[in-house]
Design a protein around this ligand. Structure first.
Ligand code: H2B
Length: 104
């Protein structure tokens, strides 16, 4: 496998580590049938939802770690997984922690 630009190889969390880290987050759940975590957000309207998405996008670009997400009007569903590790890593936990911090 070729090296990824800028990103050192990263390891999936073990299932014990994943349980521990999920417990520190706010409302994130393991996805069924896939090594990923997800949370749904409900905002007052599209303006609030898209403002939130903009803040997450800026952080994601800084981290070079990007969410899978789905938006309809005031609802945003986010799934986090590290593609190059095919699973949840500390990068997903870091991004989820940031997302929690701006929606507290
Ligand atoms: N985002 C996520 N969620 N997982 C990755 O493995 C990933 C990414 N890899 N954003 C990054 C970009 C990689 O493609 C670039 C080349 O660093």
């Amino acid at each position: 496998m070729s090296a990824q630009r800028g990103n050192p190889m990263i390891q999936k969390l073990t299932s014990d580590e994943r349980v521990q880290q999920l417990a520190k987050l706010n409302g994130w759940q393991a996805v069924a049938n896939r090594d990923a975590i997800q949370r749904s957000f409900q905002f007052a309207d599209f303006n609030e939802a898209f403002g939130f998405m903009t803040r997450v996008a800026i952080k994601a670009q800084e981290m070079d770690h990007h969410p899978e997400w789905f938006n309809v009007y005031s609802k945003v569903d986010i799934t986090l997984s590290t593609h190059e590790a095919s699973g949840v890593t500390e990068r997903d936990i870091e991004l989820a922690t940031f997302i929690d911090s701006i929606t507290a």
